[in-house]
Design a binder for this molecule. Sequence first.
Ligand SMILES: Cc1cc2nc3c(=O)[nH]c(=O)nc-3n(C[C@H](O)[C@H](O)[C@H](O)COP(=O)(O)O)c2cc1C
Length: 223
Amino acid sequence: MRAKTVSEAVESRRTVRAFLPTPVPRDTILSILDRARMAPSGCNFQPWEATILTGEPLRALQAKMLEAPMQDPVEYDVQPKAITEEYRDRLRAIGALMYGAEGVGRDDAEGRRALGRRNLISFGAPVLLLCYFPRFMGPPQWSDVGMWLQTIMLLAREEGLDTCPQEALAIHARLIKAHIGVDDTTHIFFCGLGIGFRDAETDTNRHERPRVPLERQVRLIGF
Ligand SMILES: Cc1cc2nc3c(=O)[nH]c(=O)nc-3n(C[C@H](O)[C@H](O)[C@H](O)COP(=O)(O)O)c2cc1C
């Protein structure tokens, strides 16, 4: 289904963890990326940069990642070093739903490893966008890059495409940059974005995604 309104795009976007092998035309990807250039950024820096892979170059990268140990030191801390119980609970809740949809239990180490390996092959997405930017950029620019990625994710829905943002690939950031010819000294790797058509038949793409009630997140004053 193609989203026809922004609301439809927002409502139908979800992190897809099972893709069909159907290829995505180059022009569709280029059209999405071209339109996403209008995403906002502080100072109009437009700090985002990306390389997009499909076909053999993507398979070659995935084969390397599946063989490689996790890099040390890490590219960046995916989670804050100290989080409160409230945030830990949110993580546990989505983890239980996600693993539950796969039939992977809490103590199923092999099932968890298998899901980790599927993460490395972007859950079968035929296209992988690799997102990075200059190392000197700070927190405001990381946020700009997030807005660009969300713009891509919503435009993808309009094309009937789905996406999977992937911080997990940061465990192989240096390997990825070497594969695509990006200078590790000047650029930090942020995440991958798997792009393709969702497999609508599997429970993987159907589980609930809990959200915090609105009144816990925002305050309206003076209305
Ligand atoms: C920047 C970013 C990185 C993410 N990295 C991963 C990842 O590596 N693997 C994964 O399965 N999901 C990843 N996610 C998906 C989140 O788990 C997901 O957005 C969250 O649970 C809410 O679910 P939803 O996107 O389906 O609404 C990532 C999301 C974002 C925004």
